[in-house]
Design a protein around this ligand. Structure first.
Ligand code: URA
Length: 247
């Protein structure tokens, strides 16, 4: 059970003060009855709520698929730069969303924003080796044996504090002149750019196309977003369930 004012606040319907006032002035019904006491206890899973006559649907977690636009940073807030979260409307921002993982500032593509810490942890944990696919354009010429070197685990030099290392086996698929797809199961700093550099290319454009069970919706232009579909959420829940069984 949960206080009505806290529930509406958690669902992004306003600040605690705002929802308290709305409840007091009779804007909220619970199971068809107007409730004017903010402290009224309700069961979020079963209560049928309306606010100003409109249904309020409860969901503990929010999952947003965004096609990150170049120029925005993967953070919740920043004093100077636009962030992926600042693009969201206030109602969603109030739900405590954060980006699950990072893309470089100049990168585009699939980004999951959620308030589900377990899901984010499960998708990002280095131990889980969640697969990601990136589409890249590059300058230069890739070595003829680049595919084999990716498959065998390519050595990449240190970059901005991330030490030199040998990557886990990855896949390089040439997609056209100066275009390729790269599939990796790690998330090192500038990883794809460093891998392409190690075989003679310089990445000029990078877009993430898949992230674990999710594939970037082709209808989302850069900067656009949508809630995950029921079947996409089911896949995330399934991975969470499996992870819990293993631990
Ligand atoms: N690899 C990169 O180099 N940049 C990204 O944003 C993601 C993967």
């Amino acid at each position: 059970m949960m206080r009505l004012d806290k529930l509406l606040c958690d669902l992004g319907e306003g600040t605690r003060k705002e929802v308290t006032l709305r409840i007091r002035r009779g804007a909220v019904t619970v199971d068809g009855v107007t409730v004017t006491r903010p402290e009224t206890k309700v069961d979020p899973e079963t209560a049928v709520l309306t606010l100003d006559g409109l249904p309020v649907v409860y969901s503990k977690y929010v999952y947003i698929m965004m096609n990150k636009a170049a120029g925005e940073i993967c953070a919740t807030r920043d004093p100077k730069l636009p962030t992926v979260v600042s693009r969201l409307p206030e109602k969603l921002r109030r739900r405590g969303l954060f980006p699950a993982g990072r893309l470089d500032r100049n990168a585009e593509g699939l980004l999951l924003l959620t308030n589900d810490g377990d899901a984010a942890h499960m998708l990002l944990s280095p131990a889980r080796h969640v697969e990601k696919t990136y589409f890249v354009r590059y300058d230069g010429t890739l070595a003829p044996d680049a595919e084999t070197r990716f498959r065998n685990g390519i050595a990449i030099p240190a970059d901005d504090g991330d030490p030199a290392c040998v990557c886990m086996p990855a896949e390089l698929i040439r997609a056209g002149e100066h275009e390729a797809r790269v599939k990796v199961t790690e998330g090192r700093y500038h990883q794809v750019k460093r891998m392409i550099a190690a075989v003679g290319g310089h990445v000029t454009y990078l877009r993430r196309e898949t992230f674990g069970p999710l594939t970037l919706d082709a209808d989302l232009r850069p900067g656009a977003y949508r809630e995950l579909l029921r079947e996409e959420i089911t896949q995330i829940e399934e991975i969470k369930r499996k992870t819990r069984r293993q631990t």
